[in-house]
Design a protein around this ligand. Structure first.
Ligand SMILES: C[S@@+](CC[C@H](N)C(=O)[O-])C[C@H]1O[C@@H](n2cnc3c(N)ncnc32)[C@H](O)[C@@H]1O
Length: 245
């Protein structure tokens, strides 16, 4: 049996109350590349619980979702329910798919959690057909989140290592975070959902941060070019990348 991963314990699952809501909240550039590549083969590497697969199955001829977390894939299978969809338990660092397989590869908030961001990127490019498109969302280097992840997150991660610390995080900080969401955000999420957000934000064991020029230099190294870019208001920035001939 495969080893339990961090995201098996806290899948990236929130805001799945309706498919319509998921689509409204999707990045417009992601929706656009999916529409522009209608009828083609899509892969979502690190698809998690499948929020992007919901829209992908509307447009693709075939969709493959890959993730390390079996719990996330099980959720995605039930949630998305499409004959076009294949789900594979696999590692972004050695994607179990042949080269030149997909017309569109989606990597939404994944490469920065793998431990080798450049290798994860290069694997996404490897499975792309020539002239195919990669939708890449990675954490921004120049924003307050890296500091929060290292300092506040570092404190939580350290605390969570002991049994007593785990108890304190679960029963104090996770609950305070839930209350904060309830009071400050318009969207009402369940406790389990805000717990998943808390873990992804603070406790996730691996996170790296990339600048625009970091991604540009990977593109130079792997014969790709950036066709579109969005800084977005959140922690990630988004790149639309072409695999050049
Ligand atoms: C922040 S979640 C994003 C999930 C999904 N892309 C989304 O936007 O909803 C990160 C996902 O990456 C997956 N992941 C992390 N490292 C991975 C690896 N080396 N190979 C495959 N998946 C990985 C996790 O299991 C998790 O589902």
């Amino acid at each position: 049996m495969a080893e339990q991963t961090f995201y098996d314990n806290t899948p990236f699952e929130y805001g799945y109350s309706s498919k319509a809501e998921i689509i409204v909240n999707m990045n417009p550039l992601l929706k656009k590349v999916m529409k522009d590549n209608a009828g083609k083969v899509f892969c979502d590497i690190g698809c998690g619980c499948g929020r992007n697969l919901v829209y992908a199955v509307k447009y693709a001829s075939k969709v493959v979702g890959v993730d390390l977390s079996k719990a996330s894939l099980d959720f995605a299978k039930k949630y998305v329910e499409s004959e076009k969809l294949d789900l594979i338990e696999g590692d972004n660092l050695t994607i179990p798919l042949e080269s030149n397989f997909a017309d569109l590869v989606v990597s939404d908030g994944v490469c920065h959690h793998t431990g080798d961001t450049v290798k994860a990127f290069s694997e996404c490019v490897r499975i792309l057909k020539t002239d195919g498109v990669l939708y890449l969302a990675v954490y921004k280097k120049y924003r307050y989140y890296p500091l929060i992840y290292y300092i506040v997150g570092g404190f939580f991660r350290m605390t969570y290592k002991s049994k007593i610390g785990m108890y304190i995080v679960e029963n104090l900080f996770v609950k305070l975070h839930y209350l904060m969401y309830k009071v400050l955000k318009k969207k009402q999420l369940k406790k389990m959902e805000t717990r998943n957000i808390f873990f992804d934000y603070f406790i996730t064991p691996i996170a790296t941060f990339q600048s625009y020029s970091d991604v540009k230099s990977w593109c130079n190294d792997y014969n790709c070019s950036i066709k579109n870019y969005a800084r977005t208001s959140g922690n990630c920035h988004v790149f639309i990348i072409n695999k050049d001939v």
